[in-house]
Design a protein around this ligand. Structure first.
Ligand SMILES: [Zn+2]
Ligand SMILES: [Zn+2]
Length: 345
């Protein structure tokens, strides 16, 4: 049988828990147990019997933990269906905001605070620049999702936003279409993002933990056109619910070492990474989010208090013959590999 994350956790999890004992976060302990017990007798199950052939089948319950790779597919489909209400018949962009390496240790030890700030600062920076009449001149709608990993399970927090190309005037009466291939200048956006993020961090309890270098360096912001919203959402949904590593990327578990594959962002080639089982578990657990942390957030006219406005906006755009309809838009550019399109990290 193919190697699964649960096999590694079942075999090496108990020793890991013993070694790190009271240093292990409760959220990490919960995720480990859930993954180890998912679809095993430990969680109980249900008996199905067929009235025609008298066959009975026993199926074990799933853990439903959001960090379990086996329990993610159903959620992606469910989420995708709900997003139909957010789709606008205009082109879409994907914006990606990353915090610099020097701030990652602070983020790792204060996850809820720093991730929350990352959302707020990036969304506020985007809306600020979008108000500039040279670009959009109005308020945008943003659907953001937090990712915390690089491709080899490294710690690399970043947020992807799905953004329709256009905004609303302040009186909410007029739609201002943005250019299909250009939304906002990323250099300016990155500077505003950095200023807002650091300003908020300075006012928090972490003021003394900010390394001086992060004020001077350029922060990374990407912006890419990604075609129509329906296509973008369909591609994005599995990525949104993906955990740090899927079972199919696991290659082998041998001599207490785990080998997995990933596509190198530098070369684009499939690369193999071998780690001790302990280090593998450690890397995986750094992507377990704080309990209850909301990793998908809606801003601007996608915000929860704006649902009536959004319905009116959809109606306006769907009846406006000047707006291109979804089916007339090209799919995401074929020159962009799927991986690059979705996550430039
Ligand atoms: Zn599960
Ligand atoms: Zn990503």
């Amino acid at each position: 049988m193919a190697l699964e994350l649960a096999d590694i956790f079942r075999q090496y999890g108990p020793a890991y828990r013993q070694k790190y004992a009271d240093r292990l976060l409760p959220s990490h302990r919960r995720a480990m147990r859930a993954i180890e017990q998912c679809r095993t007798p430990a969680l109980g199950g249900q008996v199905y019997s067929c009235p025609q052939c008298n066959q009975t089948q026993y199926s074990y319950h799933s853990c439903r933990n959001r960090h379990c790779p086996k329990c993610q597919n159903d959620k992606a489909q469910e989420w995708l269906e709900k997003q139909q209400n957010f789709l606008l018949p205009v082109p879409y962009f994907m914006l990606t905001f990353t915090i610099p390496a020097a701030l990652r240790p602070v983020a790792r030890s204060h996850q809820a605070l720093v991730y929350d700030l990352l959302f707020r600062a990036s969304a506020a920076a985007t809306q600020h620049l979008a108000q500039d009449p040279r670009f959009v001149g109005g308020q945008l709608g943003l659907i953001g999702v937090l990712h915390t990993w690089g491709r080899n399970l490294s710690y690399h927090p970043h947020i992807h936003y799905l953004v329709p190309a256009g905004g609303l005037t302040s009186d909410h009466r007029t739609w201002l279409p943005a250019h299909h291939h250009f939304l906002l200048p990323v250099k300016a956006l990155s500077r505003i993002f950095r200023a807002k993020f650091l300003h908020a961090l300075q006012r928090s309890s972490l003021a003394n933990d900010i390394p001086a270098t992060v004020w001077k360096q350029d922060w990374v912001v990407h912006c890419k056109p990604i075609g129509n919203g329906r296509t973008a959402l369909k591609y994005l949904a599995p990525y949104i619910f993906r955990v740090a590593i899927s079972n199919r990327r696991l290659v082998k578990l041998e001599n207490d070492q785990v080998t997995f594959r990933y596509r190198s962002s530098a070369t684009g080639q499939i690369t193999f990474c071998t780690l001790s089982a302990e280090e593998f578990i450690h890397r995986f657990l750094q992507h377990v989010l704080p309990r209850g942390f909301v990793k998908i957030r809606y801003f601007g006219f996608f915000g929860s208090s704006q649902r009536l406005l959004l319905a009116a906006l959809r109606l306006l755009l769907e009846t406006d013959t000047h707006s291109p309809l979804p089916d007339e838009l090209p799919p995401p550019s074929p020159t962009l590999p799927k991986e690059t399109l979705l996550c430039p990290i």
